[in-house]
Design a protein around this ligand. Structure first.
Ligand SMILES: [Zn+2]
Length: 328
C-alpha cells in the first residue's frame, strides 16, 4: 500500500535499483507515518543531514550505517539530552562547528570513553547546514534487503579526514577537565578542528587566512604552533609553567605536553600539568573565534588571563570540587 502511495505522491516508477526522489522531511509526515509502521522499511531509511531539526540524534541513521544509540548506548544513557534532534548537539558559535554532547557525568569509564570515541569518530565527519532541509534517503534492493547508501558518495567528498588514529592520543581523555574540552583536544590532535583551511575543502571561496596574524593560511599547525601571534602567547605559558615552546607542529606540541607532565616543576601536581596544554589550546581557539565571529581584537594579555582562569577553575575540580562549566 505504501508503495502505491509513494508512487502516487512522488511519481516513482518502481522499487528496483532506481532511487526514489528524495523526500523533504518537513513536508512528508504522511510518508514518515507509513515508514514508521513498517519495521523493515524503517531499517532502510537514512537521513541526509541538512539542518538536523528533523533527525533524532540517537535513534535515526544519519551519520553512517549505525545509529548512535547502538554505537554508544551507555553514552546515550549518560546524555543530558537523550531525545534531542541533531541540531541540538551542534554548536555553530564554537568556531563554525563543534559537536557537543553534554553528559550527566564527566568522568567516563574505559568502556564509556571507548564508546564516546567511536561515536565522535562518526559524528564529527558531518556538519549541520541550517539552510538546507534534512532529507530522507532510502534504497531497497531487489532482494528485499534494505540498505542505506545513497548520499554517501556525496558525503564522502565532505567528510573531514580519514579513519581515526585515536589510540595514539587516547591520553586526551585522562585529565580531569570539562568533557567539552576533551572533545576539543581530541578533534585538535586528530587534525579535525574546523579551521578555515579545513572548511575551505568544502566551502567555496572561504577565506583561509589566519585571523590572528593575517599572514598565512589558517591550518591547525599554523593556528596552534606556527602563528607569530600565538607564539607570543605560548612563550607566556612557557614562562609560567615550564612548558617547552620549541614545538613546530601539533605532534611536537603533544610531546611537549607529555614532557611537561613527566618533568614538571616542583609544586605542580601531575593533574595540573595535564591541563596546561588543553587550557592554552582552548584559549587560542576561543581568541581566534572571538576575532572571527565577534570582530574582537586578540591580545596576548587577555589570553594569558583566560589561560590562568581556566587552569585555576580546573584545579578546583582536580582537588575534588565541582566540575566547572567551560568558560567563554
Ligand atoms: Zn596566524
Amino acid at each position: 500500500m505504501w508503495i502505491r502511495v509513494m508512487r502516487e505522491r512522488y511519481g516513482g516508477d518502481g522499487l528496483g535499483e532506481r532511487r526514489w526522489p528524495a523526500i523533504n522531511a518537513r513536508t512528508s509526515s504522511l510518508c514518515k507515518g507509513i515508514f514508521a509502521e513498517i519495521p523493515e522499511v524503517g531499517k532502510a531509511i537514512g537521513w541526509e543531514l541538512g539542518s538536523g531539526t528533523s533527525i533524532h540524534f540517537w535513534l535515526d541513521r544519519w551519520c553512517g550505517e549505525e545509529r548512535l544509540g547502538d554505537i554508544a548506548p551507555d553514552i546515550m544513557r549518560l546524555a543530558i539530552n537523550s531525545k534531542g534532534t541533531v541540531d541540538q548537539f551542534f554548536q555553530r558559535e564554537e568556531g563554525a562547528g563543534l559537536w557537543s554532547i553534554p553528559l550527566s557525568r564527566a568522568r567516563l569509564t574505559e568502556a564509556e570513553a571507548g564508546q564516546y570515541v567511536r561515536m565522535m569518530a562518526q559524528v564529527e565527519r558531518y556538519v549541520v547546514c541550517p539552510d538546507r532541509a534534512d532529507r530522507i534517503i532510502w534504497r531497497p534492493t531487489s532482494a528485499g534487503e534494505y540498505v542505506v547508501k545513497r548520499g554517501y558518495a556525496w558525503w564522502r567528498e565532505r567528510r573531514m579526514g580519514t579513519s581515526p588514529s585515536y589510540p595514539k592520543f587516547k591520553q586526551v581523555w585522562k585529565p580531569k577537565m570539562p568533557l567539552k574540552i576533551k572533545v576539543f583536544m581530541w578533534l585538535l590532535f586528530q587534525g579535525r578542528l574546523l579551521t578555515k583551511a579545513y572548511r575551505s575543502k568544502w566551502v567555496a571561496n572561504e577565506p583561509t587566512t589566519c585571523a590572528l596574524c593575517d599572514a598565512a593560511p589558517e591550518t591547525i599547525d599554523h593556528l596552534f604552533c606556527e602563528c607569530i601571534f600565538v607564539q607570543q602567547f605560548w612563550r607566556e605559558v612557557g614562562q609560567r609553567t615550564g612548558l617547552s615552546t620549541q614545538f613546530q607542529n601539533l605532534e611536537e606540541l603533544w610531546v611537549a605536553g607529555r614532557e611537561l607532565e613527566r618533568a614538571r616543576q616542583t609544586g605542580m601536581t601531575k593533574e595540573k600539568s595535564q591541563v596546561i596544554v588543553p587550557a592554552a589550546a582552548w584559549t587560542i581557539w576561543r581568541a581566534r573565534n572571538e576575532v572571527i565571529f565577534r570582530g574582537a581584537t586578540a591580545y596576548v594579555e587577555n589570553m594569558r588571563d583566560m589561560f590562568g582562569r581556566l587552569v585555576r577553575d580546573w584545579e578546583t575540580c582536580i582537588a575534588g570540587g565541582p566540575l566547572p562549566r567551560a568558560r567563554e
